[in-house]
Design a protein. Sequence first.
Length: 414
Amino acid sequence: MEKIVTKLYAQRYYMIIYLLIVIMISGLFYKNALYGEGSVGYYLHLVFVVLFSACLLIYPKHRSGILRWLIVLMAILLFYTLFLVYPETGSTILLIYFIPAIPIIFFDKKLFYTSIILNPVLVIGSILYIISSGQKSLYPNVTSDTVGNIITFIGSQVFLYFIFYFTSERIARMKLYYEQVKHAERLKTTGELAAAVAHEIRNPLTVVKGYLQLYEQEHSINNSMKQSLPLLIEELDSAEQVISELLSLSQPAKNLKTERVDIQKAINSVAELLQSYGLLNKNRIEVAIEAGSYININKMELHQLLVNIVKNAIEASSPGGKIIITAQKEKDNFVEIRVQDSGIGMSKEELELIGKPFYSLKNKGTGLGVMICNNIVEKYNGSIQYMSSKGKGTTVAIRFPSITSSAVRSREKE
C-alpha cells in the first residue's frame, strides 16, 4: 500500500513539475522581446530556468537538505532575474513575494526562516538599486508607490508566516496523533501476545515449581543437588513475575475505585517500604514533599507506580548514592512528583526506547514495568517524562491533575 501511495505521489509531482517547466519555457520564447537579441538578462533567464527545472526533477529521487536549499536558491535567482530583466511585466514581483512559500512545501523550518529573513533584504536592496541607478521610469509599478509596495510586501510575508506556523502546528498534532495510535496498537499487540503466552506458560511452571519444592524436602536427594534447587525455584519465581506483568498488560484493571490520595502520605509510605531495599545497595532515600497535595486515583495503582519508579532508581544508582523524591503543587493545578537518582544515566538513544515492550537496561528486565507505569499515568490524565544523561543520573517527572484543598474539605464533610 505504501509503495502504491508513493508511486501516485511521484506521478502527480512530475505532472505538476512538467506543467511548470512548460510554462517557464514558454516564457522564454513566446512574445519575449529579448528573444534573439542575445542580451545577458535573457541568457541568465535561460540558465536559471534550466537549473531550477533540473533541481525540481532530481528532488524526488534525492531528497536531501542540500537539494532543498538549491531549489530555493534557484527560485530566488530566477524570480529576481525576471523582476529586473522584464520591468514591463508588473506581475513578476508577485513571484518574489511568495519565495518563502517554497520551504513550506518541504516543511523545512530552517529554510523557511532563512528565506523569510533574506527576502525583505533582497527586496529593499533591489528597490534601492533601481532608485540609485536612475531606472525609476522602467519600474513604474514599484516606484510610483514605493511605501505602499513595501507595506504590501511585508503584509505578504506576515501572511506566509502565519500559514507556515499553523501548518507546522497541524503537522506536530498529526505526528502526536499517529504516535498515540502506534502506541495503542503496540499495547494491543503486546496484550494479545501476553495473554496467549502467559496462560500457556504459567501452568507448566507451577507444576515444575511444585515438584522442585517437594524435592527440596526429600531426604533421599543428595546435598549437592539440593543446593541447586533454591536457585531453580528463584528463577521460576522470576519467570512468574514476568508472567504476572504480562497478564497485567493483557488484562488491565477496569473500573477500579478512585479516591482522594494525600501525596505526602503515599510517598512516605513507599519511601519507608523501600528504605531497607536501598540500604542493601548502600543507597539512601531522601524525601522533600509539599504538604496539602491531593490527587484522585486508585490507591493501589499509585502505590504500584511509585514502587516501580523508586525501585528502578535504587537499582540504577551506584553504591553510596541517594534517591531524592520531591513533590509539589504546580501553578497549573497539577501535582508534580520527581524521583531523581545519581546512577549511570541513559543516552538519548536509550531514552527513546524507554517504555517499549521488552526493552530494559537491567540484565533480567523486561521493560514491562515501565509500560505499566506509563499506562497508569495515562489512565488518570497525567504525564510522565524521563530526563537523563550518561554518567549524571536520571530524573522521572510524574504529573497528575490535583484536587484543591476546598474540594478535599467538602468531600470530607460529605
